[in-house]
Design a protein around this ligand. Structure first.
Ligand code: CAA
Length: 283
């Protein structure tokens, strides 16, 4: 199937990045959110991030203008009906995602491919509750989307080959690299990354190091671009906790138990950069 238009549900940090890369690759993008403020903020951020790329000669000013012209926004989920591909990039809660699919699917064309940017939830289970499990896939981008090269492609048990091959071609047109992952909790990247972040929180909790020494150690000692606590703040501590819970519940192994300190931060509403407070204070 030839994909020309893309509907994106959720204009948060993942949704706006996904809109950014699809528009630059020439797709017509319809971005949906539940608040006008969310849509306005997303458009402003896309403009700023594209400007960064212009100032570093990654794209031309004409590319930027053309890409921005390809992005439309809507508060009405049903408006996504005529698009060829839908990417759900809402919050990492299964009930929220299910409600979106239920509201959306009566409006979709039968051939539309439905995907979720979930970072951990079972694709087979999400797909089974839609009207098109064979045209449903996990389509997992990394943050910041315009910079990170990888996209994970996750087939549910019922996903057909045509759907997988269509998304593979889309990833290629985006200029990114696909990694195929089997449908097990948190797939590949987060299966490895989140226990590392959780272990960094344990290292802090047990007093082995402080926030700065833990991050400095991993930056200078393991050549990571960001320390694990800084990265947790960047991803969002609520998302990190949600993924650890999926790993713990899904794999039933105590090695995936979320660190109590991570739980406490989330309970405090200290979710990282997005709330201006996490392991670091951004106020
Ligand atoms: N849009 C466009 N360009 C951006 C950008 C954005 N949002 N953010 C950064 N950039 C560009 C900058 O313009 C810069 O471009 P040049 O190379 O041309 O100069 C480049 O990216 C590097 O940015 P900076 O110089 O501002 O800063 P940096 O060197 O400190 O890099 C970073 C920033 C790319 C975020 C880097 O710190 C990094 O790679 N961090 C790790 C990110 C990571 O691990 N992401 C995965 C998270 S896990 C995930 O996403 C999965 C999940 O489900 C939770």
């Amino acid at each position: 199937m030839d994909i020309k238009s893309v509907g994106i549900v959720g204009a948060g940090q993942m949704g706006n990045g996904i809109a950014h890369v699809f528009a630059l690759a020439g797709y017509d993008v319809l971005l949906n959110d539940i608040s006008q403020e969310g849509l306005d903020k997303a458009l402003a951020l896309i403009d700023r991030n594209m400007e960064r790329q212009v100032s570093r000669d990654k794209i031309s000013a004409e590319d930027k203008a053309a890409a921005l012209g390809r992005i439309r926004t809507t508060l009405t989920l049903a408006d996504l009906g005529p698009t060829d591909l839908v990417i759900e990039a809402a919050t990492e809660r299964e009930t929220v995602k299910q409600a979106i699919f239920e509201d959306l699917q009566p409006h979709l064309k039968p051939e539309t491919i439905l995907t979720s940017n979930t970072s951990s939830i079972s694709i087979t289970r999400l797909a089974s509750r839609t009207d098109r499990p064979e045209k449903f896939m996990g389509f997992h981008f990394m943050n910041p989307v315009p910079v990170m090269q990888l996209v994970e492609l996750i087939r549910g048990i019922a996903t057909d080959t045509a759907t997988y091959e269509t998304l593979l071609a889309v990833v290629e047109r985006l200029g990114k690299t696909a990694a195929s992952a089997e449908d097990f909790p948190a797939f590949i990247v987060n299966r490895i990354l989140m226990p590392m972040i959780n272990e960094a929180v344990y290292t802090l909790y047990e007093g082995v190091g402080n926030v700065r020494s833990i991050d400095e150690s991993m930056k200078l000692g393991a050549n990571h671009p960001m320390g694990p606590l800084e990265l947790a703040d960047f991803i969002g501590l609520d998302t990190c906790l949600a993924i650890m819970n999926v790993l713990h519940d899904g794999l039933a192994d105590t090695k995936y138990r979320p660190c109590p300190l991570l739980v406490k931060y989330v309970e405090a509403g200290w979710l990282g950069r997005k709330t201006s407070r996490g392991f670091y204070d951004y106020r």
